[in-house]
Write a protein that binds this ligand. Structure first.
Ligand SMILES: Nc1nc2c(ncn2[C@@H]2O[C@H](COP(=O)(O)OP(=O)(O)OP(=O)(O)O)[C@@H](O)[C@H]2O)c(=O)[nH]1
Ligand SMILES: [Mg+2]
Ligand SMILES: [Zn+2]
Length: 290
């Protein structure tokens, strides 16, 4: 049997990449009966039936699974925001960063369209680099940052995420010129069709690695987590959090909170902290509804 990764699925067929070759695979009866979901990104064992046809014999356990887009075993997310047109939604960015951290996915922040406002790009990069993140500044119009972005994609399974219109598909088209139409098509369909998210597509890169383009979105739920876990998803809080009076400190109304002290001294970004408080109330509200 051969080990491969599911790139995409259509009704009862799955397209599985084994090294450089794609196989059109059907499912063994036991899986059809169980109605088990298979996602792009699932690692599977297949037996070959004909030259390019196979049968999925077994699905290997998932490392993680995203809801939006539905995809398994992603280990990196490029979170794209434009500096302008549309203006960056930093609460959404911080939300995506929490989700990535919670799912053990490496985040790479990409501020695109810096041709429209270079100063804004530099300002945002400074905030998020200080918080400990990798930030890439890009422009598809002026060909800035694309090599750097491409280097990050090697040997990873990466999902591109962010609001509509920020340039996710444009970036991918420039990174893999040969596949331009394919990615463009996916984007167009995703915006219109109701069922497109079921058909999320992983695209193999010539340099090794796989990427998924996704339709834009603006609302996302946080994962179910305990309230104490949230601040761990804000890496820049961690050094201070150890100095809080209470080790259960939520950095909200507790006395002698080192995170709030750092905030008052201007050592932490006030918008990130505000978003933390917003998320904290969401997490607490959901804890009650368990
Ligand atoms: N000025 C400028 N415009 C850009 C840049 N990158 C993309 N655009 C434009 O932004 C618009 C949206 O780009 P898309 O690549 O379709 O955006 P997307 O994030 O894929 O959007 P959805 O598929 O709706 O989620 C297009 O008109 C692009 O030409 C850039 O670096 N600078
Ligand atoms: Mg797109
Ligand atoms: Zn505290």
């Amino acid at each position: 049997m051969l080990k491969g990764i599911i790139l995409r699925g259509y009704s009862s067929f799955y397209y599985v990449l084994v090294e450089d070759k794609e196989y059109e695979c059907s499912l063994r009866g036991k899986y059809r009966v169980k109605k088990q979901d298979f996602l792009p990104g699932d690692y599977v064992l297949i037996s070959v039936v004909e030259d390019n046809k196979g049968v999925i014999e077994e699905v290997l356990p998932r490392e993680n699974q995203l809801v939006r887009p539905p995809i398994a075993n992603v280990n990196q997310a490029v979170l794209v925001m434009a500096v302008k047109n549309p203006l960056p939604d930093l609460q959404l960015l911080d939300r995506l960063l929490v989700i990535a951290n919670y799912q053990s996915i490496i985040p790479v922040i990409c501020f695109n369209k810096i041709d429209l406002d270079g100063n804004k790009g530099a300002e945002l990069a400074s905030i998020y680099r200080k918080a400990g993140y990798t930030v890439i500044l890009t422009s598809t119009k002026k060909n800035i940052g694309l090599v750097e972005l491409k280097n990050h994609l090697k040997n990873h399974v990466t999902v591109f995420a962010g609001p509509s219109g920020v340039g996710k598909s444009s970036l991918l088209n420039l990174i893999m010129p040969g596949l331009a139409l394919k990615t463009g098509d996916v984007g167009v369909k995703s915006q219109r069709g109701k069922h497109t998210t079921r058909y999320t597509n992983l695209i193999p890169l010539p340099s090794g690695g796989l990427v998924a383009d996704t339709p834009g979105f603006s609302r996302l739920y946080l994962p179910d987590m305990k309230r104490e876990e949230l601040s761990k998803c804000f890496p820049e809080f961690n050094d201070y959090a150890q100095l809080c009076r209470f080790n259960t400190c939520l950095h909200h109304k507790e006395p002698d909170c080192a995170v709030k002290k750092a905030l008052e001294e201007g050592l932490l970004d006030s918008h990130r902290y505000e978003h933390y408080l917003t998320f904290l109330s969401e997490v607490i509200a959901r804890e009650r509804s368990y």
